[in-house]
Design a protein around this ligand. Structure first.
Ligand SMILES: [Fe+2]
Ligand SMILES: [Fe+2]
Length: 303
């Protein structure tokens, strides 16, 4: 399908979405702060404390199994000390981003969307560490936002999306291909248009647009390849929108793998099976973390 036409369709579609939410101030600030050396810890703490819902979410999340504190942490200040600077920024970004999607259950419920997104974030960070990508925090953040187009598409185009899913029931399919066939565009282009509207940095926009085609990336193909592989791993490891997308893959045939192999030749020695088991161990942690974010702070409980 013509990529230009798909982008054009996405642009028109995003323009037609009524009340498209804005990105929370905190999330944009966190992205900005990432690139600024010498940022004070207090600056981040103040940002979190200024927003009570955000502060509550941060506390919930820091106590989840993913961060494993020995004793319960009850204040933002303690969370800061426990997690340190880089982690607290990740957490502030994640928690503020959750707000954007509140009450926007589409064909996917918000919780399964988050399980997939956090899963890809966590796995992207692990892969980034393996290949010695210099900014593992960025890999985590772009992992979290890579599928934003999906949630909007499933929310704003409910009927079309439902018939798409009904038509492929029981058959193997990649969602991104089916979207192109049914809607003339996909969540990659939709997500890109939203990310542009939200003034995300160019490398974030590129990952959102090309996480299913990392070979087309020009700004940061390595980052696109990391997220692509993290996405594939999560799709076959119970972090896949509750089983809606059916995929299988052979690592050796993936273009992302070739990109990473040339970036980090040591990957040739990776025991893939063992690596997958390692990832499996993280799945319950991610599910628990998502549960902890949505419990008891006024967020809607997905049915
Ligand atoms: Fe995707
Ligand atoms: Fe994805």
């Amino acid at each position: 399908m013509d990529k230009k036409a798909m982008m054009q369709t996405a642009q028109e579609m995003v323009e037609s979405f009524v009340d498209l939410p804005t990105i929370p101030h905190v999330a944009t600030r966190v992205i900005e702060l990432l690139d600024r050396p010498g940022v004070e810890l207090d600056e981040v703490a103040d940002m979190i404390l200024a927003d009570q819902v955000l502060a509550a979410r941060v506390i919930k999340m820091v106590n989840s199994p993913l961060y494993k504190p020995a004793n319960e942490i009850k204040s933002v200040k303690r969370a800061l000390i426990y997690l340190g600077f880089r982690h607290i920024r990740e957490l502030a970004f994640t928690c503020s981003f959750v707000d954007v999607f509140e009450g926007r259950d589409g064909i996917f419920d918000v919780r399964s969307f988050w399980e997939h997104s956090f899963g890809v974030g966590v796995v992207a960070k692990i892969i980034a560490q393996r290949v010695r990508y210099p900014d593992t925090e960025k890999a985590y953040l772009v992992g979290i936002v890579h599928d934003i187009g999906e949630v909007f598409l499933s929310f704003y185009r409910k009927d079309a999306f439902r018939s798409l899913l009904d038509s492929v029931k029981g058959q193997p399919f990649r969602l991104v291909d089916k979207e192109a066939e049914y809607l003339g565009t996909s969540h990659s282009e939709i997500g890109y248009c939203i990310a542009k509207k939200w003034n995300f940095p160019a490398d974030y926009c590129e990952v959102i647009a090309l996480h299913h085609a990392p070979e087309d990336a020009t700004i940061d193909p390595t980052l696109c390849a990391i997220v692509n592989l993290a996405d594939l791993f999560c799709s076959v490891r119970q972090l896949d929108y509750g089983g809606t997308s059916w995929v299988s893959f052979n690592l050796a045939e993936e273009k992302a793998w070739a990109i990473l192999r040339s970036y980090a030749p040591s990957l040739a020695d990776l025991d893939v099976e063992r690596f997958c088991y390692e990832l499996d161990d993280r799945v319950p942690e991610i599910q628990d973390m998502v549960k902890s974010i949505f419990q008891g702070i006024g967020a809607s409980e997905p049915s």
